[in-house]
Design a protein around this ligand. Sequence first.
Ligand SMILES: [Zn+2]
Length: 124
Amino acid sequence: MHEMGIVSGILTASVESAARENATRINEIRIRVGELTEIVDDALHFAFEALSPGTLAEGATLVVERVPGRSRCVECGTTFNHGRFDVECPSCKNYFCELVEGRELEIESIDIDLPDGAEAGERS
Ligand SMILES: [Zn+2]
């Protein structure tokens, strides 16, 4: 499953980042996933449940934020949102469009707990 590798990478990066802050645990990991990727939310959550136990992210919530597909028409410059299979300029019906957004896969923020006395905060 593709998502296992993705979640494994997200976990590694999150745990490293949290460890640098001396976090005691990770409460929430928020990621941005483009609509035009093949990534399935359920599979991400499944992989997270399978891989997070034993790490700082054990018990954390994985929040998946979907980013719609967005392209710019190379003919008239119109920028528009679209799904995976309907990339067509709404103004001039052109199919030659440059993708602006929709293929992202990134960590948006990590919410961590810090040891007593330290100030808790959200990091990007
Ligand atoms: Zn156009």
